[in-house]
Design a protein around this ligand. Sequence first.
Ligand SMILES: Nc1ncnc2c1ncn2[C@@H]1O[C@H](COP(=O)(O)OP(=O)(O)OP(=O)(O)O)[C@@H](O)[C@H]1O
Length: 224
Amino acid sequence: MAIIATEDVNYYYQDGDQRRYILKDTSISFDKGKFYTILGQSGSGKTTFLSLLSALDAPKEGKILYQGKDIRNIGYENFRRNNVGIIFQSYNLIPYLTAVENVMVPMAITENKLPDNQKEVAYNLLDYIGIVKSKSDRQVNQLSGGEQQRVAIARALATNVDVILADEPTGNLDEGIEQEIVAIFKKLAHEHDKCVIVVTHSNEIAQQSDDTYILRKGRLARYE
Ligand SMILES: Nc1ncnc2c1ncn2[C@@H]1O[C@H](COP(=O)(O)OP(=O)(O)OP(=O)(O)O)[C@@H](O)[C@H]1O
């Protein structure tokens, strides 16, 4: 069974007395162990789509299913706390906390069963993502953009979720760093069985994913 799926999802913004459709009758399934990309021109609705998958917003019609259950019934807040990790283009870290403290924030909020040694787990996650201990103890506003994005990825993994969603995660980074971040996403999908869904402008990133969808005029279609 798909880990996360949309079922007959419609979404629109009201523009005066007109409806501007962003998604029409969208039914798509996403599996664990795969790295997906969503392409689409600026304004096509990629961020909106991700906000539905991450329960930051609700479809006008249709359902988002997690392990076959409507996330409305799971509860949007519960779902966000326990089932998805989100990575934003602008990192959205807490600037006056250290890297390791940022990674520990969702651990304090989730209801998922986590090991007792949370700080050690957070250091290990950061180390795995390429942040050494001396940098993990630094306030995040003293880290480079690429390092901050790694911290944001470690934070998304901190609650041991199956689904990782990322919105233009390399948009602010130069090409070399972009490649390193993409390599992390591949590894999370292929070696750690995560479902990774990345919204991007970049055809180069899309080419490296297992499946690509493109959003055009409210239709989300497979891109070959
Ligand atoms: N709250 C809102 N009310 C009305 N229209 C909105 C609202 N939020 C977004 N839109 C519009 O919906 C469309 C889709 O926006 P969205 O941010 O999802 O696109 P996107 O594909 O992520 O764009 P980009 O690549 O530029 O980030 C845009 O035309 C945007 O202006």
